[in-house]
Design a protein. Structure first.
Length: 493
């Protein structure tokens, strides 16, 4: 029997005359861990949906275990052992772990009545297979992202999975949870199950995959053995550009702190946090998920109330009890979740750009539409927001361009301090590089930038100083240029 499990041969797909895939070929071996990489919009999601039967390709065919399919249906895909775990995991937060795992089996068997004893046995069997310890009666809405992912994997294995596709599986995971996921993928490999790991994160590709395929502009630009790949080649294949990542060195630091905290505390989250940041500086703050880093960011922007300590802006005490207070003191905030906290996705791109300064564009309650148009055009141009029309809905943009819109919203206010919480989460390599250049440019222009991130290469490349939070307290201050990822990881732990 051939070792080839799946082949996608010369796959073509267009939407409204736009080519999403152009003669793409992919082959997966039994039990292998294969990375499918590419920037947002390269065709990864379209290819996944063709393999799983959601889309019918315009040309080409799928072969599974040597059997060709002009179009494979979702039922045929599942029957062949193909399972897709999407970013949202497709779980029901209001149901228990047991119900989430066993629900599909009950439907597939066309059960009329629910037998909870049978459902429990199914769930127990599923979690045991991947050594996943969880309370089967816990509501899924109360669980962590990593636990929800394990539920999705457990459920997939009930259908005799031979090939599991994981679509950007690490987007919302901490480093510790990523390591747990990788151990799980290696366990699946031992069971002979192949994994297609869809990602654009260079370090993860090198750590977990044996072979890779990279798409760009709907075409296969490279495929091969991961050990033959290096960071420079990977980046070039992904973007078509040579991206140089030089460490950030401040050009002109202000003499006095523009923002400082003294023994700032939030009960249950962080305590006695004291630091300062000057104009021209990119200050990094990093730590594990429960270190208090996100709560600190929210406190600086007035979203969460502090329980002790003081914030000073330009040398004067600042009472920041709301986002409006923060904005009055020249502080802006780019949230961790741009989709639910940073943007009005159904609204036009232009509206999102100017929303924070809308009062400045109005006179006696009447919006100056010409002034608004000039402002939108300015920021679309300056931040290179890729859109044919700023009147298009913000949800039509890629993740990287949505993040540029969030940045534009705050830059339009001429802030003194910009706090960014995970600013490149979920964006591809090219957009990540461009966003880093924008942040460094803001510091060079005199803004104080606070970069909160657990992406350690991001902290090392962009920050002139970095603080490490651990268990809600400042544990270390380091010079990123004199450190490396391994050292920072150890200090975080």
């Amino acid at each position: 029997m051939s070792d080839t499990l799946l082949k996608a041969v010369d796959i073509q797909m267009s939407f409204a005359g736009v080519h999403a895939l152009k003669r793409v070929t992919l082959d997966i071996q039994r039990g292998e861990i294969h990375c499918l990489a590419g920037e947002n919009g390269c065709g990864k999601s379209t290819l996944i949906k063709i393999i799983s039967g959601v889309y019918k390709p315009d040309g080409g065919h799928i072969e599974f275990e040597g059997k060709p399919y002009g179009q494979i249906t979702p039922i045929e895909a599942i029957a062949n052992g193909i399972q897709v775990i999407y970013q949202d995991f497709s779980v029901f937060p209001n149901l228990t772990v047991m119900e989430n795992i066993a629900f599909n089996s009950e439907l597939a068997d066309r059960r009329v009545l629910v037998n909870r004893k049978r459902m429990r046995a199914i769930a127990e069997q599923a979690v045991k297979r991947i050594h996943f310890e969880v309370d089967l009666h816990e509501r899924v809405g109360n669980l962590s992202v990593a636990q929800k992912q394990m539920i999705a994997i457990s459920r997939a294995l009930l259908f005799n999975a031979k090939f599991i596709i994981m679509d950007e599986p690490t987007t919302a995971l901490t480093k510790r949870e990523v390591n747990m996921l990788f151990q799980m993928i290696l366990e699946l490999k031992k069971q002979g199950i192949a994994t297609l790991f869809v990602s654009h994160k260079l370090d993860e590709v090198f750590e977990i995959s044996e072979r890779f395929t990279i798409l760009r502009g709907g075409e296969t630009v490279a495929t091969g053995v991961t050990s033959d790949l290096d960071g420079r080649k990977f980046t070039f294949y992904m973007t078509g550009r040579e991206l140089e990542a030089a460490p950030f060195v401040p050009k002109a630091l202000g003499e006095e702190p523009v923002l400082e905290t003294t023994r700032l505390s939030m009960a249950g989250h962080f305590e006695d946090v004291s630091f300062s940041v000057r104009r021209g500086e990119v200050l990094g703050i990093t730590g594990l998920l429960d270190s208090g880093r996100t709560e600190l960011a929210l406190a600086l922007f007035g979203v969460r109330k502090t329980t002790g300590g003081e914030i000073r802006v330009k040398g004067k005490p600042a009472a920041i009890n709301s986002p409006a207070d923060a904005i009055r003191h020249g502080i802006g905030y780019v949230p961790e979740d741009r989709l639910s906290e940073g943007l009005f996705l159904p609204r036009p791109i232009g509206d999102n750009v100017v929303i924070a300064e809308i009062d400045n564009l109005a006179s006696h309650g009447v919006l100056d539409r010409a002034a608004k148009r000039r402002e939108v055009e300015r920021w679309v141009r300056e931040l290179a927001i890729a859109t044919p029309d700023p009147d298009n809905a913000c949800q039509t943009l890629s993740g990287g361009n949505q993040q540029r819109v969030v940045l534009a919203k705050w830059l339009a206010l001429s802030l003194d301090v910009l706090v960014l919480n995970g600013p490149t989460m979920g964006v591809d390599i090219g957009s990540k590089h461009d966003i880093h250049r924008i942040l460094q440019g803001l510091a060079d222009s005199g803004m104080a930038v606070i970069l909160i991130s657990d992406d350690l290469p991001e902290v090392i490349a962009n920050c002139s100083r970095a603080l490490i939070l651990r268990d809600g307290r400042l544990a270390h201050e380091i010079n990123p240029r004199e450190s490396d990822v391994r050292t920072l990881s150890e200090l975080m732990m």
